[in-house]
Structures are given as C-alpha cells and as structure tokens.
Design a protein around this ligand. Structure first.
Ligand SMILES: [Zn+2]
Length: 58
C-alpha cells in the first residue's frame, strides 16, 4: 500500500490518500489538486511533487 499526505507539499492541508499503488494515489491527488486547490484540469501538474512524497504504508 502507498500513502500520501497533502500537507507534505501544501502546508495546512489535512487530506491524506491511500491506495494499493502509486497510480491509485495519482488518480485521487489529481482530483484533489483541481477540486481542493484550484489547479488546472486535469491536475497532473501535481504529479511530480506528489510522487516525491508518496510513502509506503505500514
Ligand atoms: Zn490538499
């Protein structure tokens, strides 16, 4: 399992994401980037910083 905490790249955001693999994380974080942080569709601009902070879930 993989996990990502949005607060790692956007201070103050409490959103966290868990998925079986990195692709599953990106599906969620792209949506969150657009809907939660006003990034341009389709939110893929967030992929690089997200990938840098994805962790293995315990
Ligand atoms: Zn966020």
């Amino acid at each position: 399992m993989k996990t990502f905490a949005c607060g790692d790249i956007i201070p103050g955001c409490g959103a966290t994401f868990t998925a079986p693999d990195v692709q599953g994380i990106l599906v969620q974080t792209r949506r969150h980037a657009v809907e939660g942080h006003g990034m341009a569709e389709p939110g893929t601009v967030s992929d690089e910083p997200v990938l840098a902070h994805v962790r293995d879930a315990a």
